[in-house]
Design a protein. Structure first.
Ligand SMILES: [Fe+2]
Ligand SMILES: [Fe+2]
Length: 268
């Protein structure tokens, strides 16, 4: 008997079904149903912390599920994943506490399990490390540096310093994944196929769920403006996380800074 289908279809693509959530959470499936604001008003500050808290919860669940799904990988890698679970649960708790200090509460805003929905479709650990740690958390490193500045500029150095503290852990999560992916690719060339399959699936789902031009979210923010909130590549921390100079240059090129970095091929 085949196992029950654990997928759902959203805008024509398959995603893994949502993880269990307490009844206080309203779970949505599209960016447009979230309450992302584009300012630093009181409600927006709470929403940012709430979204971030939920994101850390999801990361904990993704890495813990990886430990359960891939019991035969090396002990050292499993220890790294277990330590990451501890970091992510601490991150969730830190953000929850700050949310409460600001008068917010768990379940105050809708949440979306996008990262879970993508990663749980991937049936190899290299693909999950590539998508979760290297891509999602690599992106989070860029975002956290921006957020630290945003909170400082909004007159909240306490929350800003939390962003800085979380970033130090995220660098480590990205770095250990980079190291293990390199080693696994060296030992088994099939790893690269698994990574490519993961990245391809991520691109397909991201494209399908991307907000359409002019689409507004539940609080009236234009999503095609919002999704590109000046998140620039955090070059210093990406170096610490052991992205190569070529990979960083590629990211900068995609952000329109191609003239600042070396050409793709010598003489090109
Ligand atoms: Fe985290
Ligand atoms: Fe992390």
């Amino acid at each position: 008997m085949s196992p029950p289908d654990q997928t759902k279809t959203v805008r024509g693509v398959k995603l893994h079904c949502d993880p269990a959530r307490e009844p206080c959470f309203k779970v949505v499936e599209l960016h447009k149903d979230l309450h992302d604001y584009d300012d630093m008003s009181e409600v927006s500050r709470r929403q940012r912390l709430h979204r971030h808290m939920h994101n850390e919860m999801q990361t904990l669940e993704i890495v813990a599920q990886g430990l359960a799904d891939f019991p035969n990988v090396s002990w050292e890698l499993r220890m790294q994943m277990a330590r990451q679970c501890w970091d992510e649960s601490r991150h969730s708790a830190i953000l929850y506490r700050r949310l409460q200090e600001m008068g917010g509460r768990k379940g105050e805003f809708p949440v979306m399990n996008y990262e879970w929905g993508v990663t749980q479709l991937l049936n190899s650990l290299p693909a999950r490390l590539a998508v979760q740690n290297r891509t999602f958390e690599g992106g989070e490193m860029d975002l956290l540096r921006q957020q630290e500045n945003m909170w400082n500029q909004a007159g909240d150095p306490e929350t800003a310093s939390l962003m800085d503290a979380l970033l130090a852990d995220e660098v480590h999560h990205v770095r250990y994944a980079n190291r293990w992916l390199k080693q696994m690719a060296h030992e088994n060339p099939r790893t690269l196929m698994q990574v490519a399959a993961g990245v391809q699936l991520l691109q397909k789902i991201t494209a399908a769920l991307a907000p359409q031009t002019g689409e507004k979210n539940a609080v009236g923010v234009n999503l095609t403006d919002f999704t590109h909130v000046e998140v620039m590549t955090n070059v210093d921390d990406r170096r610490l996380a052991e992205f190569t100079d070529a990979e960083i240059a590629d990211l900068l090129r995609k952000e329109g800074f191609g003239s600042l970095v070396a050409p793709l091929t010598p003489g090109a």
